[in-house]
Design a protein around this ligand. Sequence first.
Ligand SMILES: [Zn+2]
Length: 190
Amino acid sequence: MTSRLSRLVVAMIATAGATLGVTVANPSPASAAMTICYNTSQAGSYAGTANQAASIWNNATVNLTLSANCGSNLRIYQITGGGSYAVRTSLGNGRVYIDTQQAAQYSPLRIMTHEIGHILGLPDNYNGNCAILMSGGSAGTSCTNPYPSSAEASRVSSLFAGTFSATERSTDRSADIFRDSWPATLAPVS
Ligand SMILES: [Zn+2]
């Protein structure tokens, strides 16, 4: 190539690199080092729990950062009755509902990290194993483990590596509602 073209290519690469280096609050699905802004304005007494859960996920994963009150990719709500659940509108975006009645029986932090796990792309895995975060309430009320397993954490890191196509992110890998079965003396949400 000519030296003039070479300089142009170098300039384009430099521009692309500068763009990649910028981390922005992005309401759209995964991009490199996605920042997920979570909003606790309606989290009631669970705002601190949400902050703890965010730290756990940030420490366990790469390619994403949960950041408090910089936007509303993820809204967290305190509710009473009906069960805790998550509504994922796309990868890294959605709403989490923490039921005070369930949180009185089960570890609130485990519920919070579990529900956020759904927003981060993980399905339920009700195998009764307390070491598995997505086993949720199947591990019983005595299970207070709030940490994802290494396999769960690496799955989330992979999802946020941005290697999936937009089509994949917008279909089966994204939107979903998780009505959790944290066993409790509650009428399930229908
Ligand atoms: Zn769940």
